[in-house]
Design a protein around this ligand. Structure first.
Ligand SMILES: *Cc1c(COP(=O)(O)O)cnc(C)c1O
Length: 386
């Protein structure tokens, strides 16, 4: 079965007693047993819930993974993956990273004796040099947030030491455009809040793998720590994921047109979009991805104030955190999503105060470009005046 068919059919069989075509929202915490310990695979909804099971089957099919555990958020999924480690273990982390991931690693799990080194994983020599005898995990995002840099998944998988696992946060690319497990990764993590859910109406996460032992640890952690999505949220994410393919094609079409528009403006200093031939890793993007996605970032000529003024001036692009929904969003990562990374550290990584991130939605692209043009023109005048 091809991607769109899997998205709509796997885990989505008609319900047995009524024939309901869509999976019902099993809004129940518990299940009546016919005899002590005798049940149909469901005894308590932290452990398993049929709506969540359907979502897990669907997401596994999309990522072509054998196993999936769904979580209440991307951060809950991330925490579950780290939960497979022990005190004394070391993790090499790509430094251009979702701010919340940086926060939970450096402020929570570091306190439990797990060591994290944040390095530039796009440089394989740097990645290799960061490995230690106790390195048990390499954690990468690609494309990265917010700079849209790439990490070579297959190359990282090849340099992973024995006994260490490679985890890829595939939130930006989605399984429609990138298959990290195929490229050698051991675990894929998603914030399903983003493209997979796709409608900015639910928070969720997932961790997927083909490794039975890792899968068992993730399931154990899911039940033990309990960061599970409720049935309604699981259902919303599942409904969103059915249309992932059509949405991603359109997100990309719009993003590409906007990247080209911005690239052609004299008052835009740089556009970061892997689909542009000028992107320094465009070749790797073509090799490793099936498309370039709907995220891009840019630096404007002028000061950081102009970037903020620009982000406040757009009308269709809402000034908001998050990404991957049908509506277009604009944000200033340094002040918003990446505010938890110390300024010095942020600047060293290229996340300057003037960097603007766009999550290109599914509105008509002519309207989106007009919105950006008006905001650019109005702030250009303001920048000259000040
Ligand atoms: C949003 C996001 C997360 C965290 O997911 P939540 O659902 O917000 O907990 C992790 N990684 C990336 C790349 C994200 O964009």
């Amino acid at each position: 079965m091809k991607f769109s068919t899997r998205a709509i059919h796997v885990g989505q069989e008609a319900e047995a007693t009524t024939g309901a075509t869509t999976v019902p929202i099993y809004q129940t915490s518990t299940y009546t047993q016919t005899a002590v310990g005798k049940h149909r695979g469901f005894d308590y909804s932290r452990t398993a819930n049929p709506t969540r099971s359907a979502l897990e089957a669907q997401l596994a099919a999309l990522e072509e993974a054998q196993f999936c555990s769904a979580f209440a958020s991307g951060m809950a999924a991330t925490s579950a993956v780290i939960g497979a480690l022990s005190s004394g273990d070391h993790v090499v982390v790509g430094e251009d990273l979702y701010g919340g991931t940086y926060r939970v690693f450096s402020k929570v799990f570091a306190r439990y004796g797990i060591a994290f080194d944040f390095v530039d994983l796009s440089d394989l020599a740097v990645a290799r040099a960061a490995l230690r005898p106790n390195t048990k995990m390499i954690w990468a995002e690609t494309p990265t947030n917010p700079l849209l840099r790439l990490v070579d998944i297959a190359a990282l998988a090849a340099l992973r030491p024995a006994g260490a696992v490679l985890v890829v946060d595939n939130t930006f690319a989605t399984p429609y455009f990138q298959s990290p497990l195929d490229l050698g990764a051991d675990v894929v993590v998603h914030s399903t809040t983003k493209y997979i859910g796709g409608h900015s109406d639910a928070v969720g996460g997932a961790a997927l793998t083909n490794d039975p032992k890792l899968a068992q640890e993730l399931k154990f952690y899911q039940n033990a720590a309990g960061g599970v999505p409720g049935p309604f949220d699981a259902w919303l994410v599942m409904r969103g994921a059915k249309t992932l393919a059509v949405r991603m094609r359109e997100h990309e079409r719009n993003a590409r047109a906007i990247a080209e528009f911005l690239d052609g403006r004299d008052d835009v200093e740089r556009v970061h979009y892997p689909g542009l031939a000028a992107h320094s890793q465009h070749d790797l993007a073509q090799r490793q991805m099936r498309g370039f996605g709907g995220m891009l970032s840019l630096t404007l000529r002028g000061d950081a104030q102009r970037a903020s003024a620009f982000a406040e001036a757009t009308k269709l692009f809402s000034l908001a955190e998050s990404l991957g929904g049908v509506e277009s969003l604009i944000s200033i990562p340094a002040a918003m999503t990446h505010g938890s990374i110390p300024k010095e550290e942020r600047e060293r990584r290229g996340v300057t105060d003037g960097l603007v991130r766009l999550s290109v939605g599914l509105e008509d692209v002519d309207d989106l470009i007009a919105d950006l043009r008006i905001a650019l023109d109005s702030t250009a005048v303001a920048a000259l005046r000040s």
